[in-house]
Write a protein that binds this ligand. Structure first.
Ligand SMILES: C[S@@+](CC[C@H](N)C(=O)[O-])C[C@H]1O[C@@H](n2cnc3c(N)ncnc32)[C@H](O)[C@@H]1O
Length: 244
């Protein structure tokens, strides 16, 4: 018999600064079982198109190895697997064991997937070990964005692509803040019971770097051929760069 995990009403993590990994992991542990349903609700299903666009930007080939950092419930894996095919390999890394448990339930039957507990700040992978890496709705949550970009550049082979998909603090329609501040936490609370987690989504988006600033960080990490694609009226951005 399975019992439902009780929802606790802990405060949301701080939205910037060092040392918040433990709190961020705790928040995602709490919402793991409801995360995928909530994504569909709060993005009105649009996150699927954004994720397809981000995976396309990786320019992966069949047989290649790809790293999905902050993989969460492995939602990107459904788009990565068909791209690398049965001879390719998908590795997911995340700091939340409950999110990873959902990922393993979803994709554990695919022998070319691996889900590992670990931090984007110190990736548990060797230098030059993967052909590409993606971080989707993850960079906003890390302690130190330049350190994570340096880690991604370390593990991706020369000529491999690194992609970030994330929300942007400078959307083109001001009405998005109304949606972020009011609608998302309300829907989030109704479905997950965790109002703090979905307030954190708006607060961490406001505190995050702009896509323009993120492109500069990509360049500072030694990446080249940097591009940015804004989606959903600028509220979401796909930033990509190539390792040298
Ligand atoms: C909003 S979810 C995104 C999940 C998935 N990538 C997606 O697009 O649906 C953010 C994920 O980042 C993970 N995360 C946050 N900080 C992390 C870090 N420092 N290292 C690895 N994962 C991290 C969280 O545990 C959570 O699973």
């Amino acid at each position: 018999m399975t019992t439902a995990t009780p929802v606790t009403h802990a405060a949301a993590p701080a939205v910037t600064g060092e040392g918040r990994e433990h709190d961020v992991a705790g928040m995602f542990n709490r919402i793991a079982k409801r995360y995928d349903v909530l994504n569909d609700c709060i993005s009105l299903g649009m996150h699927r198109g954004w994720k397809r666009a981000a995976v396309k930007a990786l320019n992966l080939q069949p047989g290649q190895q790809v790293l999905d950092v902050a993989t969460g419930t492995g939602d990107l894996v459904q788009y990565l697997l068909p791209t690398v095919g049965p001879t390719g390999q998908v590795t997911g890394v995340d700091i939340s064991d409950e999110m990873l448990n959902v990922a393993r339930q979803r994709f554990g039957q695919h022998t070319n997937t691996t889900f590992t507990l670990g931090s984007a700040m110190a990736l548990p992978l060797a230098d030059n070990s993967v052909d590409g890496a993606i971080i989707s709705f993850g960079l906003r949550n890390v302690d130190n964005v330049p350190q994570v970009l340096a880690e991604l550049a370390r593990v991706v082979k020369p000529s491999g692509t690194i992609v970030s998909l994330d929300t942007a603090p400078d959307p083109w329609l001001p009405g998005f803040w109304w949606y972020f501040n009011l609608v998302m936490p309300t829907v989030g609370k109704l479905i997950s019971g965790d109002n703090a987690a979905y307030k954190y989504l708006a607060q961490s988006t406001k505190a995050f770097v702009t896509p323009q600033q993120l492109q500069t960080m990509f360049a500072n990490a030694g990446l080249s051929h940097i591009t940015c694609q804004r989606l959903a009226f600028g509220s979401v951005a796909v930033v990509k760069g190539v390792c040298n």
